[in-house]
Design a protein around this ligand. Structure first.
Ligand SMILES: *Cc1c(COP(=O)(O)O)cnc(C)c1O
Ligand SMILES: [Zn+2]
Length: 396
């Protein structure tokens, strides 16, 4: 029998491809057995008899309200700044554009360090603290570095951040202010990844590169729990997600799996939509060509730096979720992202990240094409704050 008093219901880790099991009380990365090279998924005991409203009653309004479904076994190791439980906001003045669809923003901009990276990194740093890790490394397009630097500062862990030189200054400044070691790399995020890997391996530092570490996915998964809880245990018809490495998309889907297994939600699932920048469109191409994996595609600068991921490590898993959910994939140009960002700011009072703004343009396109039908409820995940991107926007 599962002891309901434990802090975490974690059982262990499993490879979604070869189903090999790994223990959760030791340091793990990804599945290196059977030539999988795949992200590991945390597995939990999922009790059948919990009433979610009673179970969650009186808990704090942050992602740790779901601590049983997060990997940290001792509350003393939780490193938190109140991340998560972000609002779901309806549109107010642009409803004339959405017609009879209901468009909702899951607004992640209020998280510590200004993006939803706080969720994934918060979970990863907490678990790293529990496992006695002293140095953490990440390549980053910006937001993951800031979050790692901040959460490591709080945990007393040394952070090493590898960022392209051509990243807006604010992303660099925040890392330095949080006391991280910042390495500016003359190249893209893949180049950052290579250097980070070399130096981490040489020095025995722990890498938290997207989905090569099992727990960032768990932190981002809490978005899925929140969406269901905030919508009274219903799920939207469609979820649009700005996909970089895909952690959030996979995390939301995993949350739905877990909640369905516990009877918290029914079998209805949203159609999941990957939105990419035109310059990094590997998933979109692969999806429409019917391919199982994505090519490495890096067409250069995009204002949405979080979307400049030439080949996500979890490409196969992302494509599988898009297909399983009857979803789709679509790209947006920088010009359209900027226009969408401005339209949302001026009409809705929200200064959203260009990654999030891409979704607004994508929504309008999918609605015009009829892919989104009348009367559907559509949730857009605004993954971050626009304030960090201002130097790259043309503002008249
Ligand atoms: C990292 C990032 C993304 C991409 O997130 P994934 O879950 O890795 O796909 C999107 N938007 C912003 C603002 C980001 O920082
Ligand atoms: Zn495997």
């Amino acid at each position: 029998m599962l002891d309901l008093q434990v802090h975490s219901f974690i059982k262990g880790l499993v490879c979604p491809v070869c189903h090999e099991h790994y223990p959760a009380h030791v340091i793990n990365t990804f599945c290196y057995k059977n030539e999988c090279n795949t992200s590991l998924y945390a597995e939990y005991y999922l009790p059948q008899n919990l009433n979610p409203d009673e179970f969650l009653a009186g808990r704090p309004a942050n992602m740790w309200r779901y601590h049983e479904f997060l990997p940290v076994e001792s509350p003393d190791n939780v490193v938190t700044m109140g991340e998560g439980f972000t609002p779901i906001l309806p549109l107010t003045n642009l409803e004339y554009i959405t017609g009879d669809c209901e468009v909702l923003w899951k607004d992640e901009s209020g998280n510590p360090t200004g993006s939803f990276k706080a969720r994934g990194i918060g979970a990863a740093v907490s678990k790293a603290k529990e496992l006695g890790i002293t140095n953490m490394v990440t390549p980053t397009a910006g937001n993951a570095g800031g979050a790692l630097a901040a959460y490591c500062a709080r945990a007393g862990i040394k952070a090493h951040v590898y960022m392209p030189v051509k990243t807006p200054q604010v992303f660099k400044d925040e890392c330095r202010l949080y006391g991280a070691r910042l390495v500016e790399v003359d190249g893209n995020i893949a180049d950052c990844g290579k250097l980070a890997h070399q130096e981490a391996t040489a020095n025995g530092w722990f890498q938290v590169s997207t989905l090569k570490e099992p727990y960032r996915l768990e932190g981002k998964k809490t978005m899925g729990y929140e969406i269901a809880e905030q919508l009274k245990w219903q799920v939207p018809d469609v979820i649009l997600y700005p996909t970089g490495g895909g952690t959030g998309l996979l995390g939301i889907w995993k949350a739905f799996d877990e909640m369905e297994a516990m009877g918290w939600i029914g079998s209805k699932r949203p159609r999941m939509v990957t939105v990419q920048s035109e310059s990094c469109n590997g998933i979109t191409r692969a999806f429409h060509e019917g391919a199982a994996s994505a090519e490495f595609i890096d067409g250069g600068f995009t204002v949405a730096n979080g979307l400049r991921v030439p080949k996500p490590f979890a490409d196969k898993l992302i494509l599988k979720v898009l297909r399983q959910s009857n979803g789709t994939a679509i790209t947006v140009s920088d010009a359209n992202m900027e226009a969408a960002l401005k339209e949302i700011a001026a009409n809705e009072g929200m200064l959203i990240a260009p990654e999030g703004a891409a979704l607004w343009h994508a929504f309008k396109k999918l609605k015009a094409d009829g892919w989104i039908g009348s009367g559907e409820q559509v949730l857009l995940v605004n993954t971050g704050s626009g304030y960090k991107y201002l130097e790259n926007l043309k503002i008249e």
